[in-house]
Structure formats: structure tokens, C-alpha cells
Design a protein around this ligand. Structure first.
Ligand code: SF4
Length: 444
């Protein structure tokens, strides 16, 4: 009987993509996916290192599963435990020291070796080289009929924001060759995908090349979107995550001209204070960001924005925080993510223990920023009530005959339909709003 594996994914969409690939590698390698962690022969934890809590959650999960492993061994059975992802890259041997029951550890650019490593009884248990090119050349494409699919086009980062582990865990920026991305998107569309989300830690710095008319031509994110939009049957293209310094006219023009490229841009700023932006090594000013948003809106009037914010960064005063609030009020976001600062081992900001913001103060700031961001999201959504919007349906809902889709701005929409509308892009009248999702009526 085939050995079974269970995989748990922590963190971002890049990890979701990586987990999908690990599942496909193992399935092709003769293993069977299980939905039961405790009963599986191989337990895989695909980890995230962005927040302290996510890494701590891993160690508490490992503590729990290692008890199951002990019991299995006592009863004559076995279990192997594998840690993959950014915590694996950052902590490597340390994971084994903290939990002896872990068998194999793979950094994010090494999991292509998972099947081989499971077969051989080697002493090597940490795989943490930066092998981006090798990885993408050997990854399979998951056979699935999902409507919205993730496609990693870029990995790593050269920007070294002082709070971020990505440059250390995912390595230097690497852009996948255009041909591999084009082939993957085409395959996904043939399997039924209507939307692709191009992923990268710093996707807007994508930079590759192709040969056109015998000449080598540079391909930035704008041209890549243009190239893949020629794939017949593909209806929507999204990308994340971007850095404001990389958004240039070519990408803005592509948004203006390419109707498949959605008018929704996730553009993290983290803080509205120049002093904090400098400490974070973001390499731009608050005004640069505000001007960029205004410029984009002046060219594409239906463009909406989301962002990321960190509150309580070391040295953040009340005045710095007020500037963040002011920036949010000036820009107006459709949705956003906000977090309380937590130092990540190995990053620049974790080395300086000065000026830590009191936890209670950070908590209050987080509540205040979230209240404002939620209010802006609600106001943004209320503008759509009684309007007709294009919705791409991706899933069945919880109720009978209910289907769920998303607008161009990623707003969830529920409708009732007697016929299966998964994969269809339909015009829906948005009748009412519950929390952050709409209920609507199909118009056409
Ligand atoms: S640009 Fe993004 S991925 Fe790169 S270091 Fe900064 S926060 Fe991390």
C-alpha cells in the first residue's frame, strides 16, 4: 500500500503554491495525500517565518506530533516528520536541536529533492542551498480544475527591509524564465483556470528576457502580463506583492491597456512616517507613495489599492503613528493588512534592542489602525451596493444552489443559481453586504 503524507501550510500564498508543488511531487513519486495528520506516514510542515507567532506555532505543532510519532514507534509502526519553508531555511539545524523527532528539513528552494531524500537513508537531513533555477526546472504542474491558480514567477528579494527575513530565507531575487511561466499558465488554462495570480516576494522587480526577431529583449512584469494575456481562455491576471519603487510607467500603462489585468494593486507601505520608513530601509518617502497612487489613479480611474502596515516599529512615536493614520486617510484603501511589529531573528531590526515600543501602546495603535482600515473597506464596499459588477465564480457556497465568486477587487460575492456557474464570468447586481462579502443577483 502507498505511504501516506499530510501537509500543513503556514503563511503566505507563496507557501500555498509551494505546498501544491510538494503534493504533486509526492503524488507523482508514489505517495498518497491524507487529510489526517496523526495517521499519516509522513507529516510535512511547510512553514512561514514572517511572524514570530507562525514560527512558534510550528514548534508547538512539532511537540504535539512527535508524541504521536513516539507512540507509533512503540506500537511497531513509524512516522517521518519533515519541515519545509522559510523556518526550515532560517533555523535549519536548530529545528533538529529543539525537536529530535524531525527527520528532514528543506529550505524553500530544495523541496524538489523531497522524493529522492525520502528514499535514501542518508545522514544528510538539512537541505538549504539556494537552488531556485533547479527547483523551477523540476516542478510538476498540479492537475486540477480550479478556476483561480497561483503561479510563482519570482522568488527572493534584494531590498533588505530591516524587519524582513525574506532576503535571508528565500535568497537573492530570481526571475523565472518567461517560457516556463507561459507554458505553466497555458497548461493551467487548458485544465480550466480562468484567473492566474502571479506570485513573487517582490513581483514588481520581475526581470527576464526572451528572443524576439533574433534579438534579446528584456521582459519586465508589464511585458510578462502582456504576453500571458494572449492566452485564449485566460480572463483575469493579478500579481502580488509589489514594492512602490518598482512601479514604473510601463506597468501603469499595461494596467490601462490590458483589460485582463485587474485594477487592484496590493502596494505595501508599512508606515506613513519618513523617519520610520528610513529605519525600515524602505528607500522611499511617504510623499513618493502618495504621488505614485495619485499618478496611477489619474491614469486608471477605477484602480483600487490595498496595503500592509506595521505598527509599533522600534522608535515609532505618537507623531509617527499619526502620520501613518494621515497617509491612510489621504490614500483611502479598499482593504489592508496590519500587524504589530515582532522582531524576526537574523533581521537588521532584531539586532537593535533600543526604542522598543511598549506592548500596550502597540496594541492600542493596532486597534486604531484596524478600525480605520475596516471603516475604509466598508465605505469602499458600500459604493458597490445596487451596482452591476463582473464576477468570476470559483466555488460552490455552503448553501444549496449557492455559488461564490470575486469581483475585480477581490470582493467575495454569493449568488443563487439552479445551474452550475463555476468558471463563468457573469454580471451580478450586488444587493447587500454582510460583513465584507456581498449577496447578489445574476443579471447576465
Ligand atoms: S521588499 Fe518585501 S520581501 Fe523584500 S525585504 Fe522588503 S518586505 Fe521583505
Amino acid at each position: 500500500m502507498k505511504q501516506s503524507f499530510f501537509i500543513k501550510t503556514y503563511g503566505c500564498q507563496m507557501n500555498v503554491y509551494d505546498s501544491e508543488k510538494i503534493v504533486e511531487l509526492l503524488t507523482n513519486g508514489g505517495y498518497r495525500q491524507s487529510s489526517n495528520l496523526e495517521e499519516s506516514d509522513i507529516a510535512i510542515f511547510n512553514t512561514c517565518h514572517i511572524r514570530e507567532k507562525a514560527a512558534e506555532k510550528l514548534f508547538s505543532d512539532l511537540g504535539r506530533i512527535s508524541k504521536y510519532k513516539e507512540n507509533k514507534i512503540k506500537s511497531g509502526s513509524s512516522m517521518r516528520i519533515i519541515v519545509t519553508g522559510c523556518v526550515a531555511q532560517a533555523e535549519g539545524d536548530e529545528i533538529k536541536k529543539r525537536n529530535k523527532s524531525v527527520d528532514l528539513i528543506f529550505g524553500p528552494q530544495n523541496y524538489q529533492n523531497i522524493v529522492d531524500a525520502l528514499k535514501v537513508k542518508k545522514k544528510k537531513y538539512v537541505y538549504a542551498d539556494f537552488l531556485c533555477e533547479e527547483k523551477f526546472e523540476s516542478l510538476p504542474i498540479k492537475n486540477s480544475r480550479e478556476i483561480s491558480r497561483l503561479v510563482t514567477i519570482q522568488e527572493g528579494c534584494d531590498k533588505f527591509c530591516s524587519f524582513c527575513v525574506v532576503p535571508y530565507t528565500r535568497g537573492a531575487e530570481f526571475s523565472r524564465p518567461v517560457e516556463g511561466i507561459f507554458f505553466e499558465v497555458k497548461k493551467l488554462v487548458e485544465m480550466g483556470a480562468k484567473e492566474v495570480i502571479l506570485l513573487g516576494q517582490n513581483v514588481s522587480s520581475y526581470n527576464s528576457n526572451i528572443f524576439e526577431d533574433g534579438k534579446e529583449v528584456s521582459v519586465k512584469l508589464s511585458k510578462l502580463c502582456n504576453l500571458i494575456s494572449s492566452i485564449s481562455g485566460l480572463e483575469r491576471i493579478r500579481y502580488l506583492t509589489s514594492h512602490p519603487n518598482d512601479i514604473k510607467n510601463d506597468l501603469i500603462n499595461e494596467h490601462h491597456n490590458n483589460k485582463k489585468l485587474m485594477p487592484f494593486l496590493h502596494l505595501p507601505i508599512q508606515s506613513g512616517s519618513d523617519k520610520i520608513l528610513k529605519k525600515m530601509n524602505r528607500n522611499h518617502l511617504r510623499d513618493d507613495y502618495i504621488k505614485l497612487v495619485k499618478k496611477i489613479k489619474s491614469k486608471i480611474n477605477n484602480m483600487a489599492f490595498s496595503s500592509d502596515f506595521i505598527v509599533g516599529y522600534p522608535g515609532e512615536t505618537e507623531n509617527d503613528f499619526d502620520q501613518t493614520i494621515d497617509l491612510i486617510e489621504q490614500v483611502g484603501f479598499a482593504s489592508s493588512y496590519s500587524f504589530k511589529y515582532s522582531p524576526r531573528a537574523g533581521t537588521q531590526s532584531s539586532l537593535k534592542h533600543l526604542d522598543m515600543v511598549n506592548e500596550d501602546v502597540s496594541d492600542l495603535r493596532l486597534k486604531k489602525i484596524q478600525r480605520l482600515l475596516n471603516k475604509q473597506q466598508e465605505e469602499f464596499n458600500l459604493n458597490f451596493i445596487n451596482k452591476n459588477e463582473e464576477v468570476l465564480f470559483t466555488n460552490k457556497g455552503k448553501k444549496n444552489n449557492q455559488f461564490v465568486g470575486r469581483t475585480k477587487y477581490l470582493q467575495p460575492v454569493h449568488v443563487l443559481s439552479d445551474v452550475n456557474i463555476i468558471g463563468k464570468k457573469l454580471i451580478v447586481n450586488l444587493e447587500n453586504l454582510t460583513s465584507f462579502s456581498f449577496h447578489g443577483r445574476i443579471i447576465s
